[in-house]
Design a protein around this ligand. Sequence first.
Ligand SMILES: CC(C)(COP(=O)(O)OP(=O)(O)OC[C@H]1O[C@@H](n2cnc3c(N)ncnc32)[C@H](O)[C@@H]1OP(=O)(O)O)[C@@H](O)C(=O)NCCC(=O)NCCS
Length: 175
Amino acid sequence: MIQADDITLRDWLPSDAAALASNLNNPSVVRYLTEMIPMPYTISHARVFIGMNNFGHFQISRAILVDDILVGGIAIKPQEDIWKPGAELRFFLGEPHWGKGIMPRSIRKFITFAFANYDFERFFCHTIEENTACMRVLEKAGFRKEGVLRNAISKDGKLYNSVLFSIIRSEIQIT
Ligand SMILES: CC(C)(COP(=O)(O)OP(=O)(O)OC[C@H]1O[C@@H](n2cnc3c(N)ncnc32)[C@H](O)[C@@H]1OP(=O)(O)O)[C@@H](O)C(=O)NCCC(=O)NCCS
C-alpha cells in the first residue's frame, strides 16, 4: 500500500466493484480512454476487472482513494523485449473528483513507488491531442512532452494525433 497525506494507492478489492462502476459508467470519463472499457459499465464489468488485477494478470494496477473514498485508478503496463525499460501509464478519476489536483499527486506517488520497487527506467503516456486536462496533469506530475505521433489513435471511428509524454528515472528523487 502506498500512503501519504490524504491519498492512498492500494490493490483493488472485490468490495470496490460498485464504486469503480459508479466512477467509470460515465461517457465523459471514458471519452479519451481505451475502447476496452464497455459502456454502459456495470458492476459485473468492474468485478471482472478487479479479478484480473488480483491475479496479477493485467499490469501493475492500484485503486486511488481520498480519505478512504474510491475516486479512480492508476496502472502501468510494462513493455516487452527491447522496450522493457519502459512502462505505459494509464489513469482515470470519477468526474466528481476532477479539478482538485488529485491525479498529479497520485501519479507522483505511483511512479515514485514504481521506480523504487521495479527496474523501469521510463514511464510514458499517450494522450489524445484534444485531452488538454490530461496533458496538463502529466506536466504537473513532472512529465515532459516528447513529441506528436500523427494519426496514431483511433477512437469511436475518429482519428487523433497522440501526444507522447514521459519521465525517466534520473528526473525523480527516490527517498
Ligand atoms: C485528466 C484527469 C486525470 C485530470 O485529473 P485531475 O486530478 O482532475 O487534475 P487537476 O485537478 O490537476 O487538473 C488538471 C487540469 O484539468 C483541467 N480541469 C480542471 N478542472 C476540470 C474540470 N472540472 N473539468 C475538466 N477539466 C478540468 C484544468 O486544465 C487543470 O489544469 P490547471 O490545474 O492548470 O487548472 C481527469 O480529468 C480524468 O480522469 N479524466 C478522464 C480520464 C482521462 O482522460 N484520463 C487520462 C487519459 S491520458
